[in-house]
Design a protein around this ligand. Structure first.
Ligand code: TXA
Ligand code: MG
Length: 318
């Protein structure tokens, strides 16, 4: 089993020997390795059972550090970085050669992010290299938002998990790239479309499910529990599933008795930020109950709600 602790110097020493450490970020926990070291990166793919065609995000501590491994920083990217870093925003930027091809699955652009978590930032500042880190879950399963989620699934495969508490945002970063000069959102996430458009104007959204593995983060079935998930009007779904052992993941309303463990309410006050922080824990909780089906509903499609709905949609695809 991996040790869980707060020893940043120990984490640093592991990373410097091409090994892996799970790290907290404000979005989800990541499984980190030296982004300049192809051997460490191969270990990440192996531990996650992740296909090599799905590229990784390089985490660093500042814009100036990012510039040491990207060739250019378009003006709009810099505006976004200045506004949202450290934070749940990932930028796709042309990579320098120092980033091994295995990090980007052979693509010319590298995904870059400065996470907003004190432990991650302290670790990153102490290192001479960026950290490639996908979410610390087996490929395709629900992302971890607490250290024990990582322990439960990858504990046998890594030595150390840096403790950083529950993730404050709870869904992954928003991914933004540029096609010519046109900004494109490839994954909806912790920074809302509205917030991004306030800084750089209208953006294109290209974050729909597809079977094309080269489009970023867009593998159809993702963030998926083992239990089947159906989305719709919960009362109608309940009526259709009377003979099933079902659980309910609801936005704010109660559908079952208060004390039923089969019901998980994302935010009793209807707060989308709170709902995002509880989404993956809720799916994990219900997935552990040995149910036939999880019934859920879309949340309002605004702010972080768009990222939440994207995760629900993917969780429902098998
Ligand atoms: O919030 C997050 O972004 C978390 C934390 C740990 O930082 N990380 C995360 O990584 O969600 P991961 O690997 O689970 O998702 C990263 C997504 C992948 O779906 C990948 O396809 C896309 O980013 N991506 C990475 N590099 C890319 C590239 N060069 N071009 C296009 N898409 C890329
Ligand atoms: Mg992931």
């Amino acid at each position: 089993m991996a040790r869980i602790g707060k020893d940043i110097a120990f984490a640093k020493s592991i990373l410097e020997s091409s090994d892996l450490v799970a790290i907290p970020t404000e979005t989800v926990y990541g499984l980190a390795g030296n982004a300049f070291d192809a051997k460490a990166i191969a270990r990440i793919f192996e531990a996650k059972n992740r296909p090599y065609f799905d590229p990784l995000i390089a985490h660093t501590s500042s814009i100036s550090r990012a510039k040491t491994f990207v060739q250019s920083f378009p003006e709009k990217a810099e505006l976004l970085a200045k506004k949202f870093w450290p934070g749940p925003l990932t930028l796709l930027l042309p990579k320098k050669e120092i980033i091994p091809d295995i990090v980007t699955s052979g693509l010319d652009r590298v995904a870059v992010r400065v996470p907003n978590h004190p432990v991650a930032l302290k670790l990153l500042r102490s290192l001479e290299f960026p950290l490639a880190a996908p979410s610390a879950n087996p490929f395709g399963y629900i992302s971890p938002t607490q250290s024990f989620h990582v322990q439960a699934q990858l504990g046998e495969k890594i030595d150390y998990i840096l403790e950083g508490g529950a993730c404050a945002v709870g869904i992954e970063s928003t991914i933004v790239g540029f096609e010519k000069d046109q900004p494109v959102i490839y994954r909806l996430g912790g920074i809302s479309v509205e917030e991004i458009e306030r800084v750089i104007g209208k953006v294109k959204i290209n974050a729909h499910s597809s079977g094309d593995p080269v489009s970023p983060g867009m593998l159809k079935s993702h963030y998926a529990p083992f239990t089947r998930v159906e989305i719709g009007n919960i009362e109608a779904l309940q009526a259709n599933n009377m003979d099933q052992k079902y659980g309910i993941l609801a936005f704010s309303k109660k559908y079952l008795d208060d004390d039923s463990e089969n019901q998980y309410i994302l935010s009793p006050d209807g707060d989308l930020n709170e709902a995002a922080t509880r989404l993956f824990s809720g799916l994990r909780h219900l997935d552990a109950l040995d149910l036939d089906i999880i019934l859920t509903e879309y949340v309002p499609d605004e702010g972080l709600g768009r990222g939440i709905n994207d995760r629900l949609r993917r969780a429902s695809i098998k």
